[in-house]
Design a protein around this ligand. Structure first.
Ligand SMILES: [Zn+2]
Ligand SMILES: [Zn+2]
Length: 258
């Protein structure tokens, strides 16, 4: 037994060749690697270059249903939403909820924000922070509040690559992740958090999910960075929801709101 699911994979629905494979290819690799469940989670609607378009969701659903008929593996439709303001707005409406089996959320550059001011002070500012490897205390607080508000405002299942490209106070974010039952991702490609920060999440009682963040089919199920961290830090299996286990997500809760 090992990882049974990969809940963070991209396909061609992440536009402009950002995601390389088709739904069928991702699903086939997941099946061949022995996974029992996979989620297709392309970039959120406000990502200017790569985001999936709302009008493509029905076609994505059809591709998923087709793949499910061909391979005996469960496939979830999701999206990797973007945090688009320091108030914690994300690029998902309650109308979108009905379409989502799983909702991931993270910070990404090149996203349409709620206002010009937010674009400058939140999105672009963080791009500069990453570029110069320095995030001021004020910016860190702003980012921390963005994550906290997002988790309280929306039924988010997973926070992706926390502390990558948007530095936060991990302890404060982790407390609200625990309170709101939001999973913290250990990303297979870029961890973002230090070992100490991962342990802080663990000690506060957060649960983790280990995902690949594959942008090509061959990387589906390749979660080595996250797995190595879990082994190195001796995290118990029970705090990793997709290790020897298939978790449930907030789909029903979202349905009631949509
Ligand atoms: Zn991402
Ligand atoms: Zn991603």
């Amino acid at each position: 037994m090992a990882l049974l699911a990969d809940y963070h994979t991209h396909t061609k629905y992440s536009r402009n060749h950002h995601g390389k494979g088709t739904v069928e290819q991702n699903v086939r690799v997941a099946y061949e690697k022995g996974l029992r469940q996979i989620a297709i989670t392309d970039h959120g609607f406000n990502q200017v270059m790569f985001g999936i378009r709302r009008k493509d969701i029905p076609s994505l659903r059809r591709d998923i249903e087709d793949a499910k008929e061909r391979y005996p593996i469960d496939v979830l439709l999701g999206v990797e939403a973007n945090i688009i303001s320091s108030q914690g707005d994300i690029d998902i409406n309650e109308d979108d909820y009905k379409d989502l089996d799983i909702l991931l959320c993270g910070f990404h550059r090149l996203v349409k924000s709620t206002s010009k001011r937010e674009r400058i002070s939140f999105i672009n500012k963080n791009v500069f922070c990453e570029l110069f490897h320095h995030t001021s205390k004020k910016q860190r607080e702003r980012n921390t509040n963005a994550y906290i508000n997002a988790m309280r405002k929306y039924d988010i299942d997973v926070i992706t690559h926390l502390n990558h490209a948007c530095k936060v106070d991990v302890e404060k974010v982790a407390r609200v992740a625990k309170e709101t039952n939001t999973l913290i991702e250990l990303n297979g490609k870029r961890l973002g958090m230090s070992d100490e920060e991962i342990l802080t999440c663990y000690k506060l009682g957060c649960k983790f999910v280990i995902d690949s963040d594959a942008h090509t089919p061959d990387r589906v199920g390749d979660c080595h960075l996250g797995l190595q961290a879990a082994l190195r830090l001796r995290l118990p299996d029970s705090c990793i929801v997709n290790y020897n286990n298939i978790p449930t997500f907030k789909k029903e809760k979202r349905k009631k709101r949509s």
